[in-house]
Design a protein around this ligand. Structure first.
Ligand code: NAG
Ligand code: NAG
Ligand code: NAG
Ligand code: NAG
Ligand code: NAG
Ligand code: NAG
Ligand code: NAG
Length: 690
């Protein structure tokens, strides 16, 4: 058999045409395979812009930015070899089903009508168990059973390439094979470690592990891709040997393979489990109160070394699986109860993506959640990206919202940010949270002041933690002063939707500021400042009365708010109104909710309601905010359009939160990929919960 990296494209195309897979509950633009952190983020592109329609075999998995992270799967059934993942060359199996939940992607494969495979990719989410959540590992379980009543001799093969360890394909890879606690593992890493560095968004430091059960019948081998895969295709076993010629990732592509001999398989399913993960002792550099220092990965507080972490993770599959299953069920059930089954299609797809942009760091005594603004610029803990993600964090575990805001407070409380408004992020380039001691961060003053006040109250309400508000009162007061000065007539500035450019008197931005002031009134009340509470509330109410005159076109049919003051034919999604409802402020009259609710369906396009009248593009996160506070028919419109978009979009990378409502494609040449902003889809879940 001829096996090559580029080979047999024709047969793979034939394979995917012949195969008729179902996609439940939808066919996403990219299927999450191992998605756990900004650096463990491997997907299978599906959309028609270059993806293969959603098939695991016939195309290599990729890192979120689209470079290949070689991950291969083959199976021998009665001495005949087939491919079930990637593009190693052998005939592909027939994929009959794909299904996803919040934590799992499950493929069903048919091999010549005689054997069925069920391949489950589990990237566990355990938001209420931070020890488990801190581990940067993912599972792949391969289960095989006979379909035709006969027993079949089955061997399963899988490997990873060194493409996982660096974005620089000329970087020298080093590797080793070992066993620990009955687990066989390949350790693969960059020979020259470049701490806290990225190339093409991939991490240039840390150790990668690919592991499986070392029980009898397992074989391993490292070496050139064609050699190791060819060895399996011809013999069904590997040589239990290592290629010690450490070399560039792309130099005769070294791969790290395993086989499992499943023996004579009947109708009773037999399975084999693989684990892939990344261990970095130190994950972030953070300029906090103790200076600019490396911050350890949180898991290092619970495990002595990489192998202890790996071994715990591998052996704990049943607990991880059941905790993740409970999380899947909770999201599915709550989504159906909050809106509909369609809504669960969206939230379940967003879950791994939101948490996959974060990493828990520090120690149990001083913990942080770091978040990467993936794809748009790589900023660290961007406040206006945390804002759309806040419903997902708060809904799953309020502590997580506190942990992601913590470093922002730490820097600003220490006086290490010179501006009167709230900072935009804690560092321009993940994983370096250098802060902005000269105040030269992206300037979004009204947006971020409003976000900080709103999210701080949201956390305190949910966690019933008023001491948090007392502790941060001074900064909250300072940011509210900014809101008092700027919210009524917002200066010419950008909002979080910075791709649309700056504009003065933005209706939705002004509303955020006013809701922020009312939120501060609540904060003052909760912290024993009744006079201030009354003052802030008086200001917020006087602003919101004026705002209704400045920002609403009452003569339109139907009436609606505008994009900016005095621009009567303009309109836009009034998504900041969500915060008024979520915080239970009752600042904005019900008539405004009702008006927008009636208006949105009149400006609906094929894939949703445009963000505003400047473009036909929209944001799925902001549509979800609007849906959460709409009545049932408008809500259904929003949700149905988003699901339709997920199924139809030609985009072929991890869910974008920005797309065109007419074509379903990326707008303005901006490819947002894998951003945590999709956490905004949890808006109705949070609202329904509180
Ligand atoms: C597979 O090949 C082995 C070794 O050549 C042979 O002993 C065995 O009978 C073959 N099995 C089947 C099902 O053809
Ligand atoms: C896939 O399905 C096609 C069409 O039914 C069939 O001809 C082919 O043999 C199948 N391939 C495998 C590997 O099962
Ligand atoms: C982070 O800072 C280090 C120096 O401390 C530098 O080598 C590295 O390239 C920086 N990382 C990124 C992603 O810019
Ligand atoms: C860390 O913050 C301090 C205090 O603002 C500043 O002086 C220093 O330059 C920052 N360090 C880095 C590496 O940016
Ligand atoms: C109310 O708050 C504003 C803005 O912070 C402040 O300027 C004003 O002095 C306050 N008024 C009273 C009566 O406290
Ligand atoms: C904002 O709106 C107010 C009221 O219409 C107007 O007086 C002011 O000039 C506008 N600001 C800008 C910068 O256009
Ligand atoms: C009014 O809104 C349109 C979009 O409908 C926008 O392009 C334009 O810049 C706005 N005009 C002013 C004067 O702000």
């Amino acid at each position: 058999m001829q096996l090559s990296r580029l080979g047999l494209l024709v047969s793979s195309l034939v394979g995917s045409i012949a195969a008729q897979s179902t996609f439940t509950p939808a066919r996403p633009p990219s299927l999450p395979l191992a998605v756990k952190s900004p650096y463990l983020s491997t997907w299978q592109d599906a959309g028609t812009d270059g993806g293969n329609g959603g098939y695991l075999a016939g195309q290599w998995p990729t890192f979120w930015q689209n470079q290949v992270t070689g991950w291969c799967g083959m199976i021998r059934v009665d001495n005949n070899t087939y491919t079930w993942m990637g593009l190693p060359g052998a005939t592909t199996v027939n994929q009959t089903a794909f299904e996803y939940t919040s934590t799992k992607s499950i493929f069903t494969m048919n091999v010549e009508g005689v054997v069925e495979m069920k391949i489950t990719f589990l990237s566990p989410l355990t938001p209420n168990d931070l020890k488990r959540q801190s581990l940067i590992f993912s599972y792949m379980d391969v289960e095989v059973s006979s379909l035709d009543g006969n027993h079949h001799q089955v061997e399963v093969y899988s490997d990873i390439s060194a493409e996982w360890i660096s974005g620089d394909r000329s970087a020298i890879a080093q590797w080793d094979y070992g066993t620990t606690n009955g687990i066989g593992y390949h350790k693969v890493y960059r020979q020259t470690q470049l701490a806290f560095s990225e190339v093409d968004q991939q991490a240039e430091w840390g150790n990668w592990y690919y592991a499986t059960d070392a029980a009898k019948g397992m074989t391993f081998q490292s070496g050139q891709d064609t050699v190791v895969r060819g060895q399996f295709a011809s013999n069904g076993v590997l040589t239990d040997s290592q290629d010690n010629n450490y070399r560039a990732i792309s130099d005769d592509y070294p791969v790290f393979g395993f086989t499992a001999n499943l023996g004579s398989v009947g109708s009773h399913p037999v399975s084999t489990l693989f684990t892939i993960g990344l261990c970095q002792d130190e994950a972030i550099q953070f300029n906090g109160t103790s200076g600019y220092n490396p911050v350890p990965s949180l898991w290092t507080s619970y495990f002595d070394n990489d192998l202890d972490a790996l071994s715990f993770f591998y052996k704990d599959y049943h607990t991880f699986s059941s905790l993740s299953g409970a999380f899947d069920n909770q999201i599915a059930k709550d989504s159906a109860a909050a809106i509909s089954q369609d809504y669960a299609t969206i939230t379940s797809l967003a879950a791994r993506q939101v948490f996959g942009s974060t990493q828990l760091c520090g120690t149990p005594e001083k913990m942080y959640l770091f978040l990467k603004e993936i794809s748009s610029d790589g900023n660290v803990n961007t406040v206006d990206i945390i804002f759309p993600a806040y419903p997902a964090l708060l809904y799953t575990n309020s502590e997580l919202l506190k942990l992601v805001l913590e470093p922002l407070y730490e820097i600003q409380a220490a006086g290490d940010y010179p501006n009167a408004w709230a900072m935009h992020d804690i560092g321009s380039t993940y994983p370096n949270a250098t802060g902005h001691p000269t105040g030269n961060d992206e300037k979004m003053p009204l947006e971020e002041c409003g976000n900080m006040v709103i999210m701080s109250l949201a956390y305190a309400q949910k966690a019933q933690d008023t001491s948090y508000l007392t502790q941060n009162y001074k900064l909250l007061e300072q940011w509210t002063s900014y809101l008092v000065n700027d919210a009524l007539y917002p200066a010419n500035q950008i909002s979080t939707d910075d791709f649309a450019g700056a504009l003065a008197n933005q209706t939705n931005l002004a509303l955020k500021g006013m809701i922020g002031i009312q939120a501060m009134s609540e904060i003052a009340k909760l912290t024993g400042h009744p006079a201030e509470a009354a003052n802030y509330s008086r200001i917020a109410h006087s602003y919101i009365t004026k705002w209704q005159t400045l920002a609403i076109n009452k003569n339109a049919n139907p009436p609606h708010t505008t994009l900016n003051y005095n621009n009567w034919t303009s309109h836009g999604l009034l998504y900041n109104l969500y915060a008024d409802a979520q915080l239970g402020l009752n600042l904005v009259p019900q008539s405004v909710y009702d008006m927008q609710n009636t208006f949105y369906p009149t400006v609906e396009n094929e894939y949703g309601v445009p963000l505003d009248t400047r473009h036909t593009l929209t944001k799925g996160d902001w549509e979800s905010f609007c849906a959460a506070i709409s009545d049932s028919s408008t809500q259904t419109m929003f949700i149905t359009d988003i699901v339709k978009w997920i199924n139809d979009t030609p985009t072929n990378m991890a869910l974008t939160d920005l797309y065109d409502t007419v074509t379903g494609d990326y707008p303005l040449g901006i490819d947002f990929i894998a951003r945590p902003a999709v956490g905004g889809t949890f808006a109705a879940l949070l609202l329904n919960q509180s």
